[in-house]
Design a protein around this ligand. Structure first.
Ligand code: ARG
Length: 457
């Protein structure tokens, strides 16, 4: 197949080089963005009198036909034509003859590919933001449902203080809110039109880039053509935002894995979201959660891959940049899949409320309440901490729980302790009293629920 750039060459490209340099096998998924970009470009060229209006019409008609062929699977992609841009351009020339050969006026594949990737990422980030919102909504429903479910809160994976399950769930809603905001922010820097920068330095032809921006719905136009064809910051940022979001999903997935163990017994995953073992008949494995955790490695890898591709590149476009697409596509696909499967899994997950509640008060989890009780009796906190530590040690030695101690036992550690100590050993009381802003008290949890309901509506 004749290449659009073959004029300067005497010999044809070797087959191994064609196989090595092609990107059509994966960049074909940019077809829609490539065609939309070309349609806008053709309109602009005609409007500016750079090409005849009739040629623009047949270009646009031809491109629309190609879109239909690709959609229906009839289009034949060729790796001899390297990439999506040349595949479509060659098909257009075949359809329209001379008209199609005018499309690439005042354009280069360098600004074309930058445009396609930006259009693609704008679309993807829009989808990801919707999926994040959907997941937040599912979590918010769970938070509302479990407004009175107590559980042990952990630090160092040791029981720390009793908390509301709602509060724990809302921590993820809060994390996801930042993830969403990060994508929205990245969107601003992605929403910049590179088309019209041409190969590196612009063009001698009287183009209208404002018109292109309007047609393709870009908020801004790139102001430096060298930067525009060589910049992939927006893609790196996308991979960064995705990595942070995946890290959050992975932490959640890890908790689901832990919580579904017999040791924790906090949740039961539905049969539809677990798998069995080929040898151990009793097993029900949390593979979906494990795979979300596992796929996070690849997402981080994709970020490092593109950063590494970019770090040694001289300005401006270099073919290395073709390596931007696989990590970007893989991250988009993976994050999309993880967000939606997690959402589905959560709707089918059952919390063992009784088990959570019964463990909430175990492990001396109200010890901090005793220390703060002593502070209220005017004992300096460090001293209160020491006294409470001694009480706990005494309980451990005697295999007793805090609420089984008698008043005289308590008083042997500090004379300021009186009968009212017993009211605060109940985890429900402990939770209710943590009413500082952002704390786990039901009133504070309700405040968060109200806030997110407003944000997500
Ligand atoms: N397939 C190429 C890429 O992904 C398109 C741009 C090629 N430009 C060039 N001058 N060879 O980056």
């Amino acid at each position: 197949m004749k290449k659009p750039w073959s004029g300067r060459f005497r010999q044809r490209t070797s087959e191994s080089v064609e196989a090595f340099t092609e990107s059509i096998s994966y960049d074909k998924r940019l077809w829609k963005h490539d065609i939309n970009g070309s349609i806008a470009h053709a309109k602009m060229l005609a409007k500016q009198g750079i090409i005849p209006a009739r040629d623009a019409e047949s270009i646009i008609k031809g491109l629309k036909e190609i879109a239909t062929e690709i959609k229906s699977g009839k289009f034949r992609f060729s790796s001899q034509l390297e990439d999506i841009h040349m595949n479509i351009e060659a098909a257009l020339a075949k359809k329209t003859g001379p008209a199609g050969k005018r499309l690439h006026t005042a354009r280069s594949r360098n600004d074309q590919v930058a445009l396609d990737l930006r259009l693609y990422l704008k679309e993807v980030m829009g989808e990801l933001i919707s999926l994040i919102i959907k997941l937040q909504k599912t979590l918010l429903l769970l938070a509302e449902e479990h407004i009175s479910t107590m559980m042990p809160g952990y630090t160092h994976l040791q029981r720390a203080q009793p908390v509301l399950l709602s509060h724990h769930i809302l921590a993820y809603v809060t994390m996801l809110q930042r993830d969403r905001n990060r994508f929205e922010d990245c969107m601003k820097r992605t929403d910049v039109l590179p088309l019209g920068s041409c190969a590196i330095s612009g063009t001698t032809l009287p183009t209208d880039r404002q018109f292109l921006a309007k047609e393709l719905e870009f908020r801004e136009i790139s102001g430096n053509s060298i930067d525009a064809v060589s910049d992939r910051d927006f893609a790196i940022e996308f991979l960064g935002c995705s990595s942070i979001a995946m890290m959050h999903l992975s932490r959640f997935a890890e908790e689901i894995v832990l919580w579904s163990t017999e040791e924790f017994g906090f949740v039961e995953l539905s049969d539809t979201f677990t798998t069995g073992s080929s040898i151990m008949p009793q097993k029900k494995n949390p593979d979906v959660a494990e795979l979300i955790r596992g796929k996070t490695g690849r997402i981080f890898g994709n970020l490092i891959a593109l950063l590494t591709v970019m770090k040694g590149l001289p300005l401006s476009y270099n073919r290395d940049l073709q390596e931007d697409k696989l990590p970007v596509f893989d991250t988009a696909d993976t994050l999309r899949a993880c967000l939606s499967v997690l959402n589905e899994m959560l709707s089918e997950m059952r919390f063992d409320v009784k088990r959570m509640r019964s463990t909430a008060g175990e492990g001396y989890s109200t010890a901090t309440d005793i220390a703060e009780y002593l502070v209220k009796k005017n004992i300096p906190f460090r001293e209160a901490h020491e006294i409470t530590g001694k009480i706990v040690l005494y309980c451990i030695a005697g295999e007793k729980s805090l609420d089984s101690l008698s008043l005289s036992e308590f008083r042997s550690f500090s004379p300021v302790i009186s009968k009212d100590i017993f009211t605060l050993l109940d985890p429900a009381v402990s939770i209710k009293s943590r009413s500082s802003f952002g704390g786990t008290s039901p009133s504070e949890v309700r405040r968060q629920i109200k806030l997110f309901k407003k944000i997500l509506s």
